[in-house]
Write a protein that binds this ligand. Structure first.
Ligand SMILES: CC(C)(COP(=O)(O)OP(=O)(O)OC[C@H]1O[C@@H](n2cnc3c(N)ncnc32)[C@H](O)[C@@H]1OP(=O)(O)O)[C@@H](O)C(=O)NCCC(=O)NCCS
Length: 349
């Protein structure tokens, strides 16, 4: 039986560390508020004219390729998950193919926000299990800091997010005892506007009326970008934090249990849960709900904030580097985010 294993893993975070106190100098917030509500102590911000979503993905990919003991030319396919692409189009997948000087292989961009990496794992796994590809490079990278509102108006979002990238090489093996066991993908678009960035966009001013977000007036219908939109600074992400929190604490435990029970396991069998790093309080709630011990859950949001699609591969990479992932270990990756989308993957390392 062909299975996909993670043959190499890498991460890259920009060098620029931003503390909560740094943020409190530009907006009305405090270290105490941010730590108490989210657990975040600091995050990394990309350096302008140096770091982009693609360049950070490239750095993480180089490490993953080297750790897999491969050459760039061995990669059969690229999958790139991000909500903060360098260009509106083309996507980061082709930009990464160019930077890597890879062969003229296919590249696919995934837009599933915080669930992007887990969705990407599932897609890569299908290509591998079908026998189509042997080595798939999956990259998740985000540069939120170039599009956050650092005035007090945007404080409920901008204190939570950070920049960074993670990458894995998914490789085909003929070994029933290790690799990805299953992935479980979900969405509920009825709450799409609870966490979104609508402008600039092609929505033509046509909204599902009752779901229109509580942003300032949206008179920009039919135009991708207008002077008025820029004047009103109506181009930042919007989030109804409490609504996201409420849904996440239900869907995350659900999708983790779904992955475990699909493979005949219970929470106590888990060696490590790596949840998406959106809020330490969400992850503590999930841990409590599933009755997991501290050593069964890995969090690093304290140092990086929420890096959206990149959060799970960055956490997985750090956990592996810290020796917390052993050969044969049962690992669950679980994500929840904008869409809403949520997903899990269960794997044996
Ligand atoms: C964003 C989040 C931390 C806010 O915590 P909360 O306890 O729900 O706080 P609320 O949004 O209800 O706001 C409480 C108060 O804090 C204020 N506030 C918001 N952001 C603040 C900040 N950065 N600093 C200080 N005060 C802030 C609000 O204005 C509000 O003030 P008010 O009571 O005077 O109106 C929390 O809702 C959350 O984490 N949600 C999930 C977010 C998430 O996971 N997003 C990514 C999904 S992938």
């Amino acid at each position: 039986m062909i299975r996909s294993t993670i043959a190499g893993i890498g991460m890259y975070v920009p060098e620029n560390k931003i503390s909560n106190n740094d943020l409190s100098k530009v907006m009305d917030t405090s270290d105490e508020w941010i730590q108490e509500r989210s657990g975040i102590k600091e995050r990394r911000f990309a350096t302008r004219y140096k770091d982009t979503t693609t360049t950070m993905g490239f750095e993480a990919a180089k490490i993953a390729i080297e750790r897999a003991g491969m050459a760039v030319q061995d990669i059969d396919f690229i999958i790139f998950a991000t909500l903060s692409p360098d260009y509106f189009f083309p996507g980061c997948g082709v930009l990464l193919q160019r930077m890597l000087q890879a062969k003229e292989i296919g590249a696919l961009d995934i837009r599933n926000q915080c669930s992007g990496f887990v969705y990407g794992l599932s897609v890569a796994d299908q290509f591998i299990k079908s026998g189509m590809y042997k080595n798939v490079l999956l990259v998740a990278s985000e540069t939120h800091s170039y599009a956050l509102d650092f005035s007090t108006r945007g404080r409920n979002i901008s204190v939570l997010f950070g920049d960074g990238a993670g990458a894995v090489i998914l490789q085909a093996v003929q070994d029933g005892n290790r690799g990805l066991l299953s992935s479980h993908l979900h969405c509920d678009g009825s709450e799409a506007e609870h966490l979104c960035m609508m402008n600039p966009g092609f929505h033509a001013g046509r909204f599902v009326t009752e779901k229109k977000p509580a942003l300032p007036a949206q008179p920009y219908g039919g135009m991708f970008i207008t002077e008025e939109l820029v004047k009103n600074k109506d181009f930042y992400p919007y989030m109804d934090g409490p609504a996201v929190f409420k849904k996440a604490v239900v869907k995350l435990p659900e999708v983790i249990l779904e992955a475990l029970s699909a493979n005949g396991y219970a929470p106590s069998d888990l060696d490590l849960l790596i949840p998406h790093q959106a809020n330490l309080r969400i992850n503590q709630y999930v841990q409590h709900k599933l009755g997991l011990k501290d050593e069964q859950v890995f969090n690093n949001i304290q140092r990086y904030g929420n890096t959206t699609a990149a959060s799970i591969p960055i956490a997985l990479c750090e956990a592996w580097q810290e020796g917390k992932i052993k050969d044969g270990g049962l690992i669950c990756l679980a994500a929840f985010g904008s869409g809403f989308t949520w997903a899990s993957t269960l794997l044996k390392w």
